[in-house]
Design a protein around this ligand. Structure first.
Ligand code: SAH
Ligand code: SF4
Ligand code: F3S
Length: 471
């Protein structure tokens, strides 16, 4: 026996109260069935996109859409996209074909492209006839209106970039699996014009979010049980928020977020070598709950390349920043990004990158072959003249060197004690737990009654080039 007891309307969506009797056990049950539509989003690209997807789910919820992780049951299927390299976009074109096939089988299903590729390609996406909705990174508040307006032959688009949108008032619907580590965007856009980079065109001008709204969000996730926040921006060191009475820079913001709770870990990404200040480094050292890890993308070890890339620092400046970080925090984890085969890169420039990596000894690196992006300064004024096989050869040398360095850096941790925040079962061996050390190295250790979300002090007994094996 199952009865629908009553039906309410809440913000346009139907909610049914289901009352039934379990025939076998004889007891009654009551269940709230939200007849909301379902939205499925695949996220590509950087952590900012991951957090944007959480913002989008929050906005969609107000429009009567609940989140689903099953594409086949969704009424709305979207990809939150990345344009950083050509292969990132190629992947999305492939996914779009898959979505479109689903759409043919299920009339009424809506397909959307949001994020950086939506901003970059705009109408080109609509022209394929495979998309009902295109929305850029600053247009997510328009989603309910756009969805409402979609018809069989009327796809909708909003790609207006904004000078002030930060989504500060929107509480993201957290999509992380463990409920322990949350992303908080502290700024949007980017004001640098690195000559290879598409981000300023897809995300617009830099703007910093109200510092107090960031602290409130950190308090909110802490109350919900989270133990770690990662503050996100393309260049967090240039964070600057002003009100009538106060000015908050990144160092100050770090201190404010660190003060939320002593057992709430604070991480951040990405730092720009030209802007990371002594004040930021000293603030990290002064607060025990700010993790000792800096992601400091170098891009190249050659000053000539850095100049052409418009990074606004040279090799010496970068090495000096690394020396400063290590003098204040000898245990600080350092990771980086490297581009192989940028315009006019010679064998000598490449050798300089290898020697810088050798000298610094990064724990880990993201390494890429240069990909020419339409509309960027490099695309308009420079020749993408390093042949593909040469780019790949250099990239492989960079990867091989980094693998060796990673193993060295991880093995150097053997014998040390580290404090980890327990995240949950290890992927490889579910009988073990995993969690990160302050320096961001992944640790695996026996469960021994420890719970996810607690802190544990463990001793490193062995390592691979990406994991510390602990006791
Ligand atoms: N804001 C960050 C980087 C964001 S993009 C910073 O300034 O460091 C992430 C990384 O992608 C970059 O650090 C760079 O290494 C890489 N990247 C960006 N554009 C690229 C391109 N056109 N080709 C190859 N790699 C690129
Ligand atoms: Fe791109 Fe440079 Fe801005 Fe980073 S700082 S997002 S690499 S333009
Ligand atoms: Fe990609 Fe956009 Fe992030 S281009 S790396 S998703 S800012």
């Amino acid at each position: 026996m199952v009865n629908f007891f009553s039906v309410y309307m809440v913000s346009g969506s139907k909610i049914s109260l289901l009352i039934g009797k379990n025939k076998k056990k004889g007891d009654y049950f009551v269940s709230l069935q939200a007849n909301m539509k379902k939205a499925y989003i695949e996220t590509y690209g950087c952590q900012m996109n991951v957090n944007d997807t959480e913002v989008i789910f929050s906005i969609l919820r107000q429009a009567g859409y609940a989140r689903t992780e099953v594409m086949e049951e969704a009424d709305l299927v979207m990809a939150n996209t990345c344009s950083i390299r050509d292969n990132a976009e190629q992947r999305i074109w492939g996914r779009l074909d898959v979505f479109n096939q689903l759409r043919k089988k299920r009339p009424g299903l809506m397909v959307g492209i949001v994020g950086c590729m939506a901003e970059r390609l705009k109408d080109k996406l609509l022209d394929t006839g495979k998309v009902d909705l295109v929305a850029g990174p600053d247009a997510y508040r328009s989603l309910p209106r756009l969805l409402e307006a979609i018809g069989p032959d009327s796809p909708q688009i909003d790609v207006l970039l904004s000078r002030d949108e930060t989504y500060a008032d929107i509480t993201p619907v957290r999509t992380d699996k463990n409920g322990i580590s949350a992303f908080i965007s502290i700024m949007r856009g980017c004001n640098n014009v690195c000559s290879y980079c598409v981000v300023p065109y897809t995300r617009g001008a830099e703007r910093s979010r109200d510092a107090h709204s960031i602290v409130r969000e950190a308090c909110d996730v802490y109350r919900k049980g989270y133990k770690e926040v990662t503050l996100l921006g393309q260049n967090v060191d240039s964070y600057l928020w002003k009100s009538a009475t106060e000015t908050v820079n990144f160092a100050r913001l770090l201190a404010m977020v660190a003060a939320v709770a002593p057992d709430l870990r604070v991480r951040f990404a990405t730092s720009h070598p030209k802007d990371i200040s002594d004040e930021v480094i000293e603030t990290m050292a002064a607060h025990p709950n700010i993790c000792h890890h800096i992601h400091l993308p170098v891009q190249s070890g050659s000053s000539r390349m850095l100049e052409k890339m418009r990074r606004k620092y040279d090799r010496e400046w970068y090495l000096e920043r690394v020396a400063k970080i290590r003098s204040v925090m000898p245990d600080c984890g350092l990771t980086t990004d490297v581009i192989a085969g940028f315009c006019s890169e010679t064998e000598e420039d490449h050798a300089q990158t290898l020697s810088l990596m050798e000298e610094v000894g990064f724990d880990w690196a993201f390494m890429f072959a240069y990909s020419d992006r339409p509309g960027t300064l490099a695309n308009r004024t420079m020749q993408d003249d390093v042949p593909a096989d040469e780019k790949n050869r250099r990239l492989n040398e960079i990867i091989a060197l980094q693998n060796r360095k990673s193993l060295e850096r991880y093995r150097a941790m053997i014998g040390k004690e580290v404090e980890v925040l327990v995240e949950g079962p290890s992927k490889r061996d579910p009988s073990q737990l995993c969690g990160r050390a302050s320096n961001n190295m992944m640790c695996v250790f026996p469960a021994e009654g420890r719970r996810a979300g607690s802190y544990a002090t463990v001793t490193v007994v062995d390592s691979t080039s990406a994991t510390l094996i602990c006791k």
